[in-house]
Design a binder for this molecule. Structure first.
Ligand code: SF4
Length: 462
């Protein structure tokens, strides 16, 4: 997610390159909305950023404010109507909005729309994001800033938002700050982005994080900030494990450094007698470096990744996921044959990747395969923006580490401890959400609000 306010820049191109840097956060659809001060134009399609936009499409997006988004679906199916930025127009004003996270009271919020005028989109969206967008414009007497400050305290769950009306760029973060959101400075403008790496790519300087419970408004008068809710920080621990880019910094801590430290911790907690440490590229690489450093076992490449295939975990269906594994990784036989391997992976979610991987390494001649995981067992679903789906689909939700080791066919299996992972972030334990590891949810989730399709059939979109 990316937003920019900059009168002297080609904001569509900045948004494009910002999204390009954030492609790993969502690969199902992409979109950019641009305002020239009078009118908002949105271009969005299913697909990767580079597939959705070409030079003519970007040239048609003229203005000085832009909001961009690449979607990874949680609430609401992966279809064009749910692509973002979402858009609502009331006739007197328009709003375009990008959302990173997932709301857990979407039905309750949708019910608030009854009897209000939610603006029009011309499409039938079924996402939590569209409901929020509709609520922001549903009181014709309320400017967007006032509406957002009134509506946001009613929303529960995870939301980092970047949105705009014709004149102003806004950014907001839920009181828990589940998902990251940062503010950056251009020479003559401002940028808001999901990760600091996106600031680097467009030449913006990091200013600060948007605080949990903060609403920021950016226009010709500069940056205004207001607090709409008391902050209760519990940032997503999984950002450090998997989601964020290694060259991003969250809460002052570099993601790469955290992952290397986790690898060192893993070597202390689960040593192995082996000849070579190899990563599952690329997200397992920093932890493998740390493991090799701490264990003294040489680090090497044993798997080649096809960089053009999407990260398998983030694909929307199991069928695509299973095919994705074989498309994605290929063993380096010369490096592997006859060797006892430590294979370092970032996480085990369903176990399908690791089962295929261990079999592939054995076929390539590995003598032993010791799997080491740079996260504790993922035993609980996430309702705050990561689609782990149900507990039944999580291998650690119903099998012990020993059973998982047997299930994936490894010689040994070791997970870093939760305490070890938290220590590697250098953040206080109380400031992190770790519900997918320990089942302690910072915001309780009702049964009615679980699942991707809570709004399907309710006819909320218009
Ligand atoms: S449940 Fe896990 S993935 Fe979800 S926000 Fe919490 S730590 Fe992150």
């Amino acid at each position: 997610m990316f937003g920019v306010w900059a009168p002297n820049e080609d904001v569509a191109k900045l948004a494009y390159f910002g999204l390009y840097a954030l492609q790993h956060r969502g690969q199902e659809s992409a979109g950019i909305a641009v305002s020239d001060g009078n009118r908002i134009v949105v271009h969005k399609e299913m697909g990767l950023v580079a597939q959705v936009f070409d030079e003519p499409a970007l040239t048609a997006l003229r203005g000085h404010i832009a909001v961009g988004h690449c979607r990874y679906s949680t609430t609401g199916a992966s279809v064009w109507a749910n692509a973002q930025p979402t858009f609502r127009s009331t006739g007197t004003m328009s709003l375009a909005l990008g959302h990173n996270g997932n709301l857990i009271n979407t039905r309750e919020l949708a019910a608030l729309l009854a009897g209000r005028e939610p603006g029009s989109t011309g499409i039938a969206a079924t996402s939590d994001t569209d409901v929020l967008t509709a609520l922001f414009v549903s009181d014709p007497a309320s400017p967007v800033e006032t509406a957002a400050a009134t509506v946001l305290p009613l929303a529960k769950g995870a939301y980092s938002l970047v949105f705009m009306d014709e004149q102003t760029l806004y950014a907001a973060r839920d009181p828990h700050g589940f998902r990251p959101l940062v503010l950056g400075r251009l020479d003559t403008g401002w940028v808001v982005a999901s990760e600091t790496a996106a600031l680097d790519i467009v030449g913006a300087r990091f200013v600060r994080e948007i605080e949990p419970g903060e609403l920021v408004c950016i226009d010709g008068r500069g940056v205004r900030s207001r607090t709409f809710a008391t902050a209760r920080p519990s940032g997503c621990l999984f950002e450090y494990v998997y989601l964020a880019r290694p060259d991003t910094t969250i809460s002052g801590r570099g993601v790469h450094a955290t992952r290397v430290a986790v690898g060192r911790q893993l070597a202390i907690e689960h040593p192995a007698d082996a000849d070579l440490v190899i990563p599952v590229p690329e997200s397992g690489t920093p932890a493998a470096i740390g493991f090799a450093e701490a264990s003294g076992i040489p680090f090497g490449q044993g798997l080649v990744k096809n960089s053009y295939v999407g990260r398998t975990f983030i694909q929307p269906s199991q069928t695509i996921r299973e095919r994705g594994i074989k498309l994605k990784l290929n063993p380096l036989r010369d490096a592997i044959a006859g060797r006892r391997l430590v294979v370092v992976d970032d996480t085990i979610v369903r176990g399908t990747t690791q089962r295929a991987l261990v079999a592939m390494l054995r076929e390539a001649g590995a003598r032993e395969v010791h799997v080491r995981v740079a996260a504790p067992p993922v035993s609980w679903p996430c309702f705050y923006g990561i689609d782990f789906a149900t507990r039944a689909e999580l291998i650690a939700g119903h099998l012990s580490p020993e059973e998982i080791c047997a299930s994936i066919g490894a010689d040994t299996l070791g997970y870093v401890s939760l305490a070890g992972l938290i220590e590697a972030t250098t953040l206080p334990e109380g400031r992190l959400c770790r519900a997918c590891f320990d089942g302690q949810y910072p915001v309780p989730v009702g049964d009615d609000d679980r699942g991707k399709h809570v709004l399907d059939g309710l006819g909320v979109g218009s």
